[in-house]
Design a protein around this ligand. Structure first.
Ligand code: SF4
Length: 336
C-alpha cells in the first residue's frame, strides 16, 4: 500500500518516541557531572523520591532558601519550582542557579500577579488603610519586591509577631494559610483570594472514609489545605513540622497525610516505623477521586532534566533589576 503526500509528511515529521534512560545510569552520570562542575543539588520534599535521593540537600522552602546561602559550591541545581529558584538566586547572587525546567511554575504564585497586587495596595492606601504586606514564600520575585515580609509555613507565626500591632496585615497569596495564621496569631488579616491547586482539591469524603477505615490514624494536614480539611486534622504544619512530628513518635502509627504525595518519601525515611497513607484529591471537573495530590509543576523535575542542565549549564535563573528589592525583604525575613 502506497502512502499519500500527507501521510508521508505525517510519518516523516512525527517526533521520535522518547528513549527511556536507566535511572541508575542517570544517577551515576549526575554524580560525575556534579563533581566535574562543582555543583550542589537542592531538592524540595515535593519532587520525586529519586531526585531527593541524589540531592545534597532536601527540605522545605525555608530550609532550602537558607541552604543556598551556606553551600560552598558555585553552582546550584534547584529541583523545585520557579519561585524557589528565584529565591536561591536572590539570596546567593554570586552563584549560578540552574533549574531542570524553567516552566515548573506554581498555581499559588500565579494567583497573585504583581500588577494586581500593586493596584490593590494602592487602593488600600488611597482608602487610608495603614498596613504591611506579608507574603507567603510561594510568590514571584516581582511580588516579593512589593512586600514587607516573607513567611514560610515554618516561620510564619514568628514573622507575624514582628508586624507592629498598630498595622493591619495584608496577607498574600494563600487565603487558607492566611485564615489559619489569623486564627492562631489572633491578628485580623486582609486575605488575598489565592490558593494552591494541589491542596485545594483534597477530598473531604475520602478523608472521612480513610479515618473510618483506619481507626486510630493520625491526620496530618498542611496549612495550605482548606478549612474543612484542617478541621479534621490532628496535626497542622508545614513539611518540616510533619517530619519532626513523626520522628518524635516511636510507637508504630498510621498517618493520613494531606499534602503533596511525594512528602511520603522523606517521612518514610526519617520514621520508617509508621504507615503513611496519602489523602487523595478530587477532580473539580467531575468530582471523581484522582491523583491531584501530585503537583504537576514539581513533577516537571526529572533525572534526565537534572542531567541535561548540569551537562549544558542551562536553563539558568538570571538576575533581574527587581530582585534587589526582593533581596532586602527575603534577607530580613528568612536570615535575620
Ligand atoms: S504544591 Fe501547590 S503551592 Fe506547592 S508548588 Fe505545587 S502548585 Fe505551588
Amino acid at each position: 500500500m502506497s502512502l499519500n503526500i500527507l501521510d508521508r509528511q505525517l510519518t516523516t515529521s512525527a517526533p521520535a518516541p522518547a528513549i527511556e534512560e536507566d535511572p541508575l545510569d542517570l544517577m551515576e552520570e549526575i554524580d560525575r557531572l556534579k563533581a566535574q562542575k562543582n555543583a550542589a543539588i537542592l531538592a524540595h520534599f515535593y519532587v520525586d523520591g529519586d531526585l531527593q535521593e541524589i540531592a545534597d540537600f532536601t527540605g522545605d522552602s525555608l530550609k532550602l532558601a537558607r541552604d543556598t546561602t551556606t553551600v560552598p559550591h558555585p553552582v546550584i541545581v534547584f529541583c523545585g519550582v520557579h519561585f524557589m529558584g528565584e529565591s536561591a538566586k536572590i539570596l546567593s547572587p554570586q552563584k549560578t542557579v540552574l533549574m531542570p525546567d524553567l516552566l515548573a511554575g506554581c498555581s499559588l504564585a500565579d494567583s497573585c500577579p504583581a500588577d494586581k497586587l500593586r493596584a490593590f495596595q494602592e487602593k488600600l492606601r488611597a482608602e487610608g488603610r495603614d498596613f504591611q504586606t506579608v507574603a507567603y514564600i510561594n510568590t514571584t520575585a516581582a511580588v516579593k519586591s512589593l512586600c514587607d515580609w516573607i513567611v514560610t509555613s515554618g516561620n510564619a507565626r514568628e514573622i507575624i509577631d514582628r508586624v507592629p500591632a498598630d498595622k493591619e496585615i495584608l496577607f498574600v497569596p494563600d487565603q487558607h494559610l492566611g485564615r489559619y495564621l489569623s486564627e492562631v496569631t489572633g491578628r485580623p488579616m486582609i486575605l488575598w483570594p489565592g490558593s494552591c491547586m494541589v491542596h485545594e482539591v483534597f477530598s473531604i469524603q475520602d478523608l472521612l472514609r480513610a479515618k473510618k477505615n483506619t481507626p486510630g490514624a493520625v491526620v496530618m494536614a498542611h496549612p495550605e489545605c482548606p478549612q474543612n480539611i484542617l478541621e479534621l486534622a490532628d496535626v497542622i504544619g508545614g513539611t518540616e513540622k510533619m517530619r519532626r512530628h513523626v520522628a518524635s513518635i516511636t510507637t508504630p502509627t498510621t498517618f493520613l497525610v494531606a499534602t503533596e504525595a511525594n512528602m511520603i518519601h522523606p517521612l518514610t525515611k526519617i520514621a520508617p516505623q509508621h504507615t503513611y497513607i496519602p489523602v487523595p484529591g478530587i477532580m473539580a471537573s467531575t468530582g471523581e477521586t484522582c491523583a491531584c495530590n501530585r503537583c504537576p509543576h514539581m513533577a516537571r523535575n526529572t533525572l534526565q532534566k537534572v542531567r541535561d542542565c548540569l551537562r549544558d549549564g542551562t536553563p539558568e535563573i538570571v538576575w533581574q533589576p527587581y530582585f534587589a528589592d526582593a533581596q532586602a525583604v527575603l534577607q530580613r525575613s528568612l536570615l535575620q
